[in-house]
Design a protein around this ligand. Structure first.
Ligand code: IDP
Ligand code: MG
Length: 168
């Protein structure tokens, strides 16, 4: 069954110049990239993304991690991959949440580490179920950012919306 999944290259992945390597590994899945962008992550976005983990002792540090505070690199690369069994395929390639337990050849097994504080610094995020994927993709992307109609969308007319345009 065709599925879509949200992938984030977290700030540690960017700071270690792992983008090319990770994209190459992901291309082995033969899935299609239907959305991609660089995002500066607000505290609100980070907290919403990881809202199920609120209350965990590592939650405040996890939010700072996703925002790039721990790596002085305030951005992530967000992508939507689409195709047969996308969620399982990408999760397998990503490896276990704990980099120490991840298969050594997986992305997290190869490049992840555990910080001295105990936080798993694991390079990549990948949605873990269709429901999570839908919630996460809708959080990170607008319908117009994605090249396939994966979820129903509608057109609205909005007035007096402030947005940035090119000055010249
Ligand atoms: P996942 O990223 O494999 O889906 P989640 O349980 O959703 O794992 O956790 C989100 C992120 O929070 C992980 O990728 C990791 O960075 C961090 N994390 C999860 N569990 C722990 C833990 O027990 N100790 C430290 N960090 C954790
Ligand atoms: Mg998760």
């Amino acid at each position: 069954m065709n599925q879509q999944t949200l992938i984030l290259i977290k700030p540690d992945g960017l700071v270690r110049s792992l983008t090319g390597n990770i994209l190459t590994r992901l291309s082995e899945t033969k899935l299609e990239i239907i959305g991609a962008k660089m995002v500066r992550v607000s505290k609100g976005l980070a907290e919403e993304h990881y809202r199920d983990l609120k209350g965990q002792p590592f939650f405040p540090e996890l939010i700072r991690y996703l925002q790039g505070d721990l790596h002085k690199r305030p951005k992530v690369m967000a992508m939507v991959y689409w195709g047969p069994d996308a969620i399982t395929k990408v999760r397998e390639l990503a490896g276990a949440t704990n980099p120490e337990e991840a298969v050594p050849t997986s992305i997290r097994g190869s490049f992840g580490r555990i910080r001295t504080t105990g936080l798993f610094e694991n390079v990549i995020h990948a949605s873990s179920s269709p429901a999570d994927a839908e919630r996460e993709i809708k959080l990170w992307f607008n319908p117009d950012d994605i090249l396939t109609e994966i979820y129903p969308s509608k057109e609205v007319v909005e007035r007096e919306i402030k947005r940035r345009v090119w000055a010249g």
